[in-house]
Design a protein around this ligand. Structure first.
Ligand code: BTN
Length: 276
């Protein structure tokens, strides 16, 4: 375990006990080293810097609070202190750049598996990376890759999960469409137990991806995908597609069949479910 700033480390705080996360952690590739920060701008930024400076596969940055938590599409991620999980993991997968998006989909499966273990409700995945329960967002994934033309050099896998975030303390702009594990269980969640479980589920799914390929994970992803055959509107940077969501292809692109029968493979965009 590495505490980057001794004055601000978990050792000085009784708030998150890293020893409890590490004790009994059963993982092959992830959790090779932990970096804990009481406060940072964004764990993705910290992990990127570490990766650029040679961090090895599986190093994990966890922060108790983020001042500039980042979401997809330039959005921010609300990151109050000591209630949620904000973590970023350095990965060095042997993947071609075209397959880098598989990391996000792999992580969504692991996240949904971990969440299922803590609540009696089934989470769903909203392509590509939102985890929802009862239509409310509980967790998000922000992957940032560094690639050469031939291979992925590293991926920073950033994950935010609303754990013990009271609905009443959420900013009004997210309260109507977000939730937390505590709100869904009706009781606070043991954050260390959740983090350990998540690392183990990520480690298992990452192992399947590397050793057996994305095709082995795709059925599990599809089982959490709630929008199959449902009408959707997908907003991309340069166009909008309206049609029925059909699932994902081997690259993790969302397949949407429009009214004229054409199937669009969408790499990046925002999916908005429409009324049937
Ligand atoms: C999204 O759903 O838009 C993605 C949210 C990702 C948030 C996490 S919190 C830890 C990591 N650090 C960040 O700045 N963002 C990710």
């Amino acid at each position: 375990m590495v505490a980057d700033d001794p004055d601000k480390s978990s050792a000085a705080s009784s708030l998150l006990n890293l020893a409890r996360i590490e004790s009994g952690l059963d993982a092959q590739r992830l959790g090779t080293k932990f970096h804990y920060l009481q406060q940072t701008d964004s764990t993705n930024k910290v992990a990127r810097r570490l990766a650029e400076n040679g961090a090895t596969e599986g190093e994990i940055v966890i922060a108790a609070q983020q001042s500039e938590g980042r979401g997809r599409l330039g959005r921010s991620w609300v990151s109050p202190a000591d209630v949620n999980l904000y973590c970023s993991i350095v990965l060095r997968p042997k993947l071609v750049p075209a397959h880098a998006a598989q990391i996000t989909l792999m992580a969504a499966v692991a996240l949904a598996d971990a969440i299922s273990a803590f609540i009696p409700l089934e989470p769903t995945i909203k392509w590509p990376n939102d985890i929802l329960v009862d239509g409310k967002k509980l967790a998000g994934i922000l992957t940032e890759s560094s690639c050469t033309s031939e291979r992925v050099e590293f991926v920073v896998l950033g994950i935010g999960v609303n754990l013990n975030f009271p609905l009443a303390e959420m900013p009004p702009e997210i309260r109507a469409r977000a939730s937390s594990l505590m709100e869904l269980r009706g009781a606070p969640v043991d954050r260390e137990a959740f983090i350990r479980r998540l690392i183990q589920d990520l480690d298992r799914c990452y192992g399947v991806l590397l050793e057996l390929g994305f095709a082995k994970l795709a059925p599990r992803w599809e089982s959490y995908f709630a929008l199959r055959n449902r009408p959707v509107r997908v907003e991309m940077i340069d166009q909008i597609v309206i049609g029925r969501a059909k699932g994902i292809d081997a690259q993790g692109a969302l397949l949407v069949e429009s009214g004229d029968g054409a199937v669009h493979a969408i790499i990046a965009g925002d999916v908005i479910p429409l009324a049937d």
